[in-house]
Write a protein that binds this ligand. Structure first.
Ligand SMILES: Cc1cc2nc3c(=O)[nH]c(=O)nc-3n(C[C@H](O)[C@H](O)[C@H](O)COP(=O)(O)O)c2cc1C
Length: 202
């Protein structure tokens, strides 16, 4: 079993998603001691946003001549795609930032969502190519959204990750959630405990 563990919170030890994602991976390893974990800290080692030269190069046939910087950028993109496709389980630490996800995580998504690699177009519409894996989204929010009337209007974090992973062909998506963490110290502790219980119960 290959586990891909991604953190995107820049808040280090103060991060809720980092704590809960780590607990999730620890639990996955306890259930499968031969599992291999690939770890990426998208905050500590940020992936550059897509640039024009890279987008152009991605559309060229393999072996198209490029300079050294672009070759490195292409190699990084390729390694991120290969790593994602090889994972059986992907654990994604995904805070809500401004109703959406941190730019650090979006930069990773913009690299792995590549036509011909993780999805393709068919006569009947787009088709995901990253099927057969499980994605576990570790969600944390300052406020509360789940099950509330405004959820669909305000949540562009969990809902977005579901849409995106679905588009790439992932049908098995689980969300482990801590919310209301910004309300008070007590609410935060309760939310973390609840998320850790959700991990233990899986
Ligand atoms: C830049 C920034 C934007 C945020 N935007 C939202 C938001 O739109 N809605 C919300 O409920 N909480 C928001 N929060 C609170 C975070 O979702 C919450 O603190 C979460 O625990 C952050 O994840 P982390 O603890 O793993 O860093 C925001 C926090 C930061 C730092």
């Amino acid at each position: 079993v290959n586990i891909l563990h991604l953190d995107s919170s820049p808040q280090g030890l103060a991060s809720v998603t980092r704590e809960v994602a780590q607990a999730t991976v620890t639990q996955l390893l306890a259930a499968n001691s031969t599992a291999i974990v690939s770890y990426r800290d998208l905050a500590a080692e940020p992936i550059a946003h897509l640039g024009g030269a890279l987008l152009l190069a991605l559309r060229q046939p393999k072996g198209f001549p490029v300079n050294a910087d672009l070759a490195n950028d292409l190699a990084l993109t390729e390694s991120l795609i290969v790593e994602f496709l090889a994972a059986d389980v992907v654990v994604i630490g995904a805070p809500m930032y401004n109703f959406s996800i941190p730019t650090q995580l979006k930069a990773w998504i913009d690299r792995i969502a590549q036509v011909g690699r993780t999805f393709r177009y068919t006569e009947v519409g787009p088709m995901g190519l990253a099927d057969g894996k499980k994605v576990i989204v570790i969600s944390s929010r300052g406020g509360a959204y789940a099950g509330l009337p405004m959820e669909s209007a305000l949540d562009h974090q969990e809902a977005y990750l579901r849409v995106l992973m679905g588009f790439l062909g992932v049908t098995d998506i689980e969300v482990i959630r801590a919310e209301n963490v910004g309300h008070s110290e007590a609410a935060r502790a309760k939310a973390i405990a609840g998320a850790l219980e959700q991990v233990a119960a899986r």
